[in-house]
Each structure stands twice: as C-alpha cells, then as structure tokens.
Ligand binder design. Sequence first.
Ligand SMILES: N[C@@H](CCC(=O)N[C@@H](CS)C(=O)NCC(=O)O)C(=O)O
Length: 220
Amino acid sequence: MANSGAEKLKLYSYWRSSCAHRVRIALTLKGIDYEYIPVNLLKGDQFDPDFKKINPMGTVPALVDGGVVINDSFAIIMYLDEKYPEPPLLPRDLHKRAVNYQAMSIVLSGIQPHQNLAVIRYIEEKVNAEEKTSWVNNAINKGFTALEKLLVSCAGKHATGDEIYLADLFLAPQIHGAINRFQINMEPYPTLAKCYESYNDLPVFQNALPEKQPDAPSTI
Ligand SMILES: N[C@@H](CCC(=O)N[C@@H](CS)C(=O)NCC(=O)O)C(=O)O
C-alpha cells in the first residue's frame, strides 16, 4: 500500500455517484488504502449539517487526509496524483496532456452537472419524467459526440494510448452510468465503447464499480 503506516484516508462516497467513482479508481490505481464512508444521497445525507461541515456544497466525493479536507473529484484526484506520483495520471506529452484535461472537463462540467440528482429531481418535479429523460440524454449524447471526436485519433486501449490517465478516470464512470442508468446507445461512439470494454477487463476498474461498493443494494 502506498500509504502503509499512515492514518487511513477517508472517502465520503455514494455507491452510484459517478464523481465518487472517479476517485475510487484513482485510489485503487495508486494502491492507497482508505476508509469508505457512505453518504446516502437518496435519503438526503448530503444535507446533514455534520456532512456540510466537511463539504458545504453538499455533494460527494469528499476526501479527508488527516487535517486536510478536499472536495470535488478533480481537486481530489490531482491532490492524490501529487502526493502519490506513481503511476502518474498525466502523460509527459503536452498534447496528450491537454487532451486528458479536455476529456476530463467535458465530463466534469459538460455532462455530469446535467445528470446530477438535484437537477433531474428538479426537472421531474417542475416539468415531468419525460423531460428529465430527454434532458439527460441530450447532455450525454452531446458530450459523447465531442469525446468521440476528440479521442478517435489518439485512443489506444484507453483514452489517450495504452496507459491509464486522467481521462480514463472520468470516462469509465460516465460511460458506466450512461449505459446502466440512462440506457444510452453506445453504437455512435465506437472509440468510447472500445475503451469501456478495456476498462471492464481490469481489476482496478472492476473494484471501483458502483455495484461492488459496501453501500450498494444487494439487488440492483
Ligand atoms: N464537481 C463535483 C460534483 C459533485 C457532485 O455533483 N456529486 C453528486 C454525485 S455524482 C452529488 O453529490 N449530488 C448530490 C445532490 O445532487 O444532491 C465533483 O466532481 O466532485
């Protein structure tokens, strides 16, 4: 373990959260032992005053490393990458590095905020369930179209070659949720679908899957 002997890191997570899923992959990839603390988003644990002292935004993931508290999956992942540099999450090649940032950003700000629980609940309550589905599908398909174009010429087994980098930590959870939660057809996105197949072969991705988490329901 990369952090053997030190106090265990604490990860506030929810089994189905794609944002927490990204961090779980990073922790596993870097061989970091951590304590999993479930925050049940459906029951509203994210609004609990004690949790909001940790993350005033009322979202997961949150990471506690001794006296250091970090919120937001991107900030957490970069913190982990700097504290535990092996294996690196950014390639040396500047172009590839920029592609990783771009793919990360499409998922972080172009897709996930549109499918977030608070947003889809709001649309369902104020409009209807049909509008919710079309809103989410539109955001995912728009983002996947851009990602497919971005990655088609540089993907290998994974998003920017055969190594696992930042983009993969964002893509794997996003594609998993798109398929299993939102029933998105991946046929128009062959590069993304191929990367997803490769992720599914690797224990580091398998162990971070929502259904493998301690707070996942026994039947999904
Ligand atoms: N940019 C933040 C977004 C965090 C976020 O939206 N998390 C979702 C789960 S993926 C959440 O906790 N939602 C709670 C809610 O909508 O009430 C990150 O990447 O960590």
